[in-house]
Design a protein. Structure first.
Length: 266
């Protein structure tokens, strides 16, 4: 009985999620997905449009997860009434770049560490593909500047259409777009259309921008007419992640990541 009580006290302390030095905190908004429902023990919702995540990886190899999900409130980054919040605790193990969070004997979440600042949800052996609104990417709240290199082995690129929403200003500044976005702007929508000449080169349209693309050292290099070069990291076959001017992954926030997702059938 004492052991059970002690376990309950420890669990309650973890669920309160007190932050300490050495914690790594990641946040993001993802689509709802049927594969996550049993893993996260989510109660059925009439409408589940997206989920907000807070993932804390602690030095003692435990993970504290808070998820909130429900129906989106139009013209905001929040939810309509009826949203659900859940707190979960798991044990953490690493297999190379794969972070596995065991929630119980049968249920496990897996993230792939793209670098020190960005995690991507994995289902089986596949990187999960989001949509035009949300990606399956979590972003570190205290981003590291050491620039640990991502791992990628992309050797070919299939054309198609990739959509996503990112924070408003960073990419606009990199591309020197005019006019400058309103200071109150919180997001920017992007649509990238890739056309192939070969499996390693072709042409593209990025919103109203045009140019040519090629795979260069396993990165997607966009040569944007009148705006210089822009680089993206292919994450599997269906996700692209924007890089900064140092060719490091751009780090998003709780609402928007810097990923684009392939749109099926386009």
């Amino acid at each position: 009985m004492n052991l059970i009580i002690t376990g309950i006290i420890v669990l309650q302390g973890l669920l309160d999620i007190h932050f300490s030095q050495g914690d790594m905190r990641f946040v993001g908004s993802t689509p709802c997905h049927e594969s996550l429902t049993p893993i996260l023990k989510m109660a059925p919702q009439p409408v589940c449009e997206f989920m907000k995540w807070e993932l804390v990886l602690k030095p003692n190899k435990t993970a504290a997860i808070t998820i909130t999900y429900g129906e989106s409130q139009p013209n905001t980054n929040g939810f309509k009434s009826g949203k659900v919040e859940k707190k979960l605790i798991g044990s953490v193990s690493w297999q190379g770049n794969y972070c596995k969070i065991k929630l119980d004997e049968e249920l496990e979440l897996t993230f792939y560490k793209l670098d020190d600042n960005v995690l991507h949800l994995v289902s089986g052996e596949e990187f999960m593909t989001g949509d035009g609104g949300f990606s399956f990417t979590l972003n570190r709240t205290e981003a590291q500047t050491s620039g640990t290199q991502y791992k990628t082995q992309q050797k070919a690129m299939t054309g198609g259409v990739f959509d996503g929403r990112t924070p408003c200003h960073e990419l606009s500044a990199m591309l020197k777009l005019s006019p400058t976005p309103d200071p109150q702007c919180i997001k920017r929508k992007w649509r990238l259309k890739l056309s192939n000449t070969t499996t390693q080169a072709g042409t593209f349209e990025l919103n109203s921008l045009k140019g040519s693309w090629r795979l260069q050292s396993a990165l997607l290099e966009l040569d944007v007419i009148d705006h210089g070069k822009l680089y993206l990291l292919p994450v599997g076959e269906n996700v692209l992640h924007f890089l900064d001017t140092r060719k490091q992954l751009l780090v998003g926030n709780v609402d928007f990541s810097y990923a684009l997702n392939r749109i099926p059938g386009l």
